[in-house]
Design a protein around this ligand. Structure first.
Ligand code: PMV
Length: 368
């Protein structure tokens, strides 16, 4: 009985592994690959590094990949290119973002003993830089595509490690579903899946309080964390909050998980707001959404909030309550938009020719 229940999952895994293998072989031959990755929402947050260059986190974290949002990235190496080229959402980019991508490609080129410059083209179906972890999806997709096009055969752990160097939270966008990223050294600090996407049909209702690009990015924010005296207390309690959150997640118990994720998010923002100089990511709409969430909950709607490095509020609930939460959120004055996502699969190579935005892409993953 148990075996027959597992069969579809095993079949899917087998198809996935085979498809990835054939895409990897083709990528190595053509020196070109396309990968898709989802952003993730952290239930237990990462804030502050032990090592800023290696992006070794001060505390462990736990997240859910967001299946309906994605970044799609194509990397092609070309011996005739004088330098790396980057195009994001059809716009050529030459500033610090290109330098960050070049530094990341250098890690891959060094491992693959490759000298060629690369053309990198990336498109996302969600607003970037406003508190939806766009860098997570971006560096997870870039890592998978850049490694494959360079002919490097990296397993999930090695890809998570590589993605971490681009953006810490990107390590959690490499495995599928619900993922935990552990502290440690360069070798051991990687993310792994604690449950597949179908474990729990949660929804993240993302309430957009501002579409503007944030003025202080998270790389600078992580450096400020140690200037806040609250950071030590936040880090000291992170492991216990993570264990409580993980247990509730595995038991599909939102009444237990919700208060932990709210506490964890507020602790991170207390650290941000008390850094020197202080970082205020919230705006007045952020606070209105928090208060509305408390009000809905008091009236029996089981929904909890979390907030990343931006003003947007992520409302977490079970799928059956998502439509109600969305329509209530849209009534709040100042709310610019609402996006909804369920859990998503791992970062993976896709067949660029068969790529269709908005649809489940590639190898049998039913992202919601
Ligand atoms: O990966 P980074 O450097 O963009 O940091 C992400 C930090 C938060 O989104 C605020 C929290 C998290 O764990 O995702």
């Amino acid at each position: 009985m148990a075996q027959s229940k597992l069969q579809p999952v095993n079949d899917r895994l087998e198809t996935f592994v085979e498809k990835q293998k054939s895409l990897r072989e083709r990528a190595a031959a053509e020196k070109q690959a396309t990968a898709i990755a989802h952003p993730n929402i952290a239930f237990i947050k990462y804030w502050g590094n032990e090592d800023d260059i290696l992006r070794l986190p001060a505390n462990p974290s736990l997240s859910m990949n967001l299946g309906s949002l994605h970044t799609l990235t194509t990397v092609s190496y070309d011996d005739n290119l004088p330098g790396d080229r980057l195009v994001i959402n059809q716009e050529p980019v030459t500033d610090a973002a290109l330098a960050r991508v070049t530094a990341h490609l250098d890690l891959v080129r060094r491992q693959a003993r490759l000298n060629a410059a690369a053309r990198v083209e990336s498109t996302s179906n969600f607003p970037i830089g406003s508190g939806i972890a766009s860098s997570a999806a971006a560096f997870a997709a870039l890592s998978v595509a850049a490694a494959a096009a360079a002919g490097l055969w990296l397993d999930e752990a090695a890809l998570s490690r590589l993605a971490r160097r681009g953006s810490g939270s990107a390590s959690r966008s490499v495995p599928g579903g619900y993922c935990q990223w552990v502290t440690g050294n360069d070798k051991t600090s990687i993310a792994t899946s604690v449950a597949p996407p179908e474990h729990w049909d949660l929804r993240d209702i993302i309430v957009i309080a501002s579409q503007e690009h944030k003025s202080i990015g998270s790389s600078d924010g992580h450096r400020l964390a140690k200037t806040a005296s609250l950071q030590a207390a936040r880090v000291a309690g992170a492991e216990a909050r993570l264990q409580a959150c993980r247990e509730a997640l595995l038991a599909r118990n939102l009444a237990k998980m919700g208060p932990v994720i709210e506490e964890d998010a507020v602790m991170m923002h207390a650290v941000m707001m008390s850094s020197r100089p202080p970082l205020y990511y919230w705006n007045t709409v952020t606070m209105d959404v928090i208060q509305a969430t408390q009000h809905w909950r008091a009236k029996g709607l089981p929904v909890y909030f979390t907030i990343d490095a931006g003003p947007n509020v992520h409302l977490i609930c079970e799928a059956k309550y998502a439509a109600t939460v969305e329509s209530e959120a849209r009534k709040i004055p100042g709310v610019e938009d609402v996006l909804i996502s369920g859990p998503g699969g791992p970062a993976r190579l896709v067949d660029s020719a068969s790529t269709v935005f908005g649809k489940s892409i590639g190898s049998g993953y039913n992202d919601r």
